[in-house]
Design a protein around this ligand. Structure first.
Ligand code: ADP
Ligand code: MG
Length: 287
């Protein structure tokens, strides 16, 4: 039977905006030795803003933004929101919009295929393009098989993110891993700033699952557990893979909240440490 004190622990956690879906997860938190984090929306604000637009010869910057914004108009991804904010003109109507996790989007505009996304998206469509050399998340745009240019957007770490890593380190949890679909420059710059131990970039959702499986193999050897913290719909598979999946409920998608074992209300990743602290206390009362 479940010790009553675990319910006490669940209650204490919920008062702090941490919703634990079962006492077994609270118990498992005692053994965590590695925490993996999604980047966008989890460690960073997820509020991108357009900092540069570079178009190929013969294409106006405004035209490039119009194409990108039109394709992104139905997407709720933070990148889409920032592009929509930067383009205030008239949107073109789109057909057959298709969003691909970790890549970007494609849609038809006036019968022409428009691709908006990262280098992977361009390669997948066989577009010849020039890699931009900026520190930022770079969104490339191609129309009818031709490269039109790129949009550079920037996102910042949350104020709470550094504290989240620091508090884990203070608890002796030194394996703090960033898993991101974003490019290497951005991923490594942010991971370094936050003093994280490991960073993996250019990942598709299935790659995140692979890496968490590797972490599980390592941790389980020592009877330890792996937690993953994410916010997006893309994070659903990896939330289910980790021993303990945390969803950030503030900005998080319903699917992520559903797949998670623990839901953090609001947007503070440092609540992961708070949850571990409550788990340790709960355990002390039980034994
Ligand atoms: P993260 O792993 O950092 O949370 P995502 O998995 O959401 O990021 O996205 C990974 C990458 O895929 C983004 O950095 C971007 O290059 C591309 N991407 C995803 N969705 C879109 C979109 N709607 N528009 C443009 N690019 C996108
Ligand atoms: Mg994300």
């Amino acid at each position: 039977s479940v010790p009553l004190s675990f319910f006490g622990g669940i209650g204490a956690a919920s008062k702090q905006g941490i919703l634990v879906k079962g006492s077994n997860y609270l118990e498992a938190l005692n053994s965590v030795d590695a925490v993996a984090f999604d980047k966008t929306g989890t460690l960073t604000k997820g509020q991108f803003s357009v900092v540069d637009v570079a178009s190929q010869a013969g294409i106006a910057k405004d035209q490039l933004l119009q194409m990108a914004a039109s394709v992104e108009q139905n997407s709720t991804h933070p990148i889409a929101v920032s592009i929509m904010k930067a383009y205030t003109g008239k949107l073109l109507s789109i057909e057959d919009a298709n969003e691909q996790a970790g890549h970007g989007l494609t849609a038809l505009i006036n019968g022409q295929k428009v691709v908006v996304g990262n280098a992977k998206a361009m390669k997948a469509d066989g577009i010849e393009f020039t890699e931009a050399d900026a520190i930022g998340t770079i969104v490339y745009v191609a129309v009818d098989g031709k490269f039109w240019g790129d949009i550079v957007i920037a996102d910042e770490p949350k104020e709470d993110a550094q504290k989240a890593i620091e508090l884990l380190n203070n608890r002796g949890i030194n394996k703090t891993v960033m898993l991101t679909g974003d490019n290497e420059k951005v991923g490594t710059a942010i991971a370094k700033k936050l003093h994280m131990s490991d960073v993996y970039t250019n990942l598709l959702p299935e790659n995140k699952v692979e890496i968490v499986n590797e972490l599980l193999t390592e941790s389980h050897k020592d009877n330890k557990k792996v937690a993953f913290v994410g916010d997006g719909i893309n994070d659903t598979p990896v939330l289910a893979t980790a021993d303990i999946g945390f969803a950030m409920g503030g900005l998080g998608s319903d699917a992520a909240v559903e797949a998670a074992d623990i839901v953090i209300m609001g947007d503070e990743p440092s609540k992961v440490s708070k949850a571990i602290k409550i788990a340790k206390k709960t355990r002390r009362i039980v034994t």
